[in-house]
Ligand binder design. Structure first.
Ligand SMILES: *[C@@H]1O[C@H](CO)[C@@H](O)[C@H](O)[C@H]1NC(C)=O
Ligand SMILES: *[C@@H]1O[C@H](CO)[C@@H](O)[C@H](O)[C@H]1NC(C)=O
Length: 305
């Protein structure tokens, strides 16, 4: 009697324990806690326009604002080569046509002609119309690999995580736990897959009403300024680059992001990815035969492999 009563008392607890262990064991592509954290101040420097930048009292939330004078941006102090990089963002609400919030990795602090870059850009829109996200991949200064997606939520209402998984086999863009874009390598020297140069991580807010909303037709309404994007929970689990030694070599024995299971989507991720492809893709450069009569080489690589 005594024993079975004990069992009844214990079992819900052990179930809970099991659940939390399972949650902890989930791959990093979910929101499960990555290893490296730290505050914004530990990881980032403000790049420009300090007066357009604010933090919450505890320093955990960062606010970037754009007005008619200027926007603002920050970047990591360190560079990384391969890993998992994630941040939660809440975007400018209301009428934000022309406003672009960018969250990206780049090998340089500037738009140099040989840069590698991985972009998430959030394109504001007129009130009541949906935000779009644009992603792009640059290698050695060449981009033009845009995709645009609708989201399945309003990114101005709450924080959502936007993440990049990067190894020498694939680059995956995630929104929350969902892989929205997969960019594959072919395992050979090529001119499309950025895998040599370490990158900083940046975020900024700026005015792009010359192109962002309906190709520049919708102008920024400055009576609605300042436009504010909000950031929290930066986390990464990647290899920090150290000069001048060769660092961050891919090795399948050391880091989860270099290992076999991170070279492909999991079965569950494939289902999510298929759903995104069916329902949310607005533009894919790999389908744009008007722009590319001969499609770029990487478009022949399957995201399902
Ligand atoms: C990178 O681009 C520059 C021109 O911008 C070119 O001179 C150089 O050869 C390219 N490097 C590689 C490795 O393709
Ligand atoms: C703005 O919303 C309209 C209507 O949904 C859409 O057609 C357009 O592509 C959107 N533009 C941007 C830049 O988000």
């Amino acid at each position: 009697m005594q024993d079975s009563r004990m069992e009844k008392m214990v079992s819900p607890l052990s179930i809970l324990l099991c659940i939390s262990l399972v949650l902890l064991a989930e791959p990093r592509s979910s929101d499960a806690a990555p290893q490296s954290k730290g505050s914004f101040v530990d990881n980032f420097d403000i790049m420009w326009s300090e007066e357009h930048f604010k933090t919450s009292a505890d320093g955990q939330i960062w606010y970037l604002s754009l007005d008619k004078e200027t926007g603002c941006g920050f970047q990591t102090k360190q560079r990384y080569r391969f890993g998992w990089f994630s941040m939660k963002l809440k975007l400018v609400g209301g009428d934000s046509a022309g406003v672009v919030t960018a969250y990206y990795m780049c090998s340089e602090n500037g738009a140099g002609p040989e840069r590698d870059e991985l972009d998430f850009e959030f394109l504001g829109n007129r009130s009541g119309q949906p935000y779009l996200i644009q992603t792009n991949v640059y290698k050695n200064g060449t981009g033009s690999r845009e995709m645009r997606h609708m989201l399945w939520f309003d990114p101005t209402e709450d924080f959502h995580s936007y993440s990049i998984l990067w190894n020498s086999h694939q680059i995956v863009f995630f929104v929350d736990q969902v892989p929205v874009r997969v960019f594959k390598n072919n395992g050979e020297a090529n001119n499309f897959f950025p895998n040599e140069k370490p990158m900083y991580l940046f975020s900024s807010i700026w005015n792009a009403d010359d192109w962002a909303t309906r190709g520049g037709l919708e102008k920024t309404d400055w009576t609605k300024a300042p436009f504010v994007s909000t950031y929290k929970d930066f986390s990464f689990d990647g290899c920090q680059w150290e000069d001048p030694f060769p660092a961050c070599v891919s090795t399948t024995t050391k880091n989860w992001w270099d290992q076999y299971s991170a070279w492909h989507l999991s079965e569950d991720q494939k289902k999510d990815y298929a759903w995104v492809q069916r329902n949310l893709v607005i533009y894919d450069y790999c389908k744009d035969t008007q722009r590319f009569p001969t499609l770029p080489w990487e478009c022949s690589l399957s995201p399902w492999d």
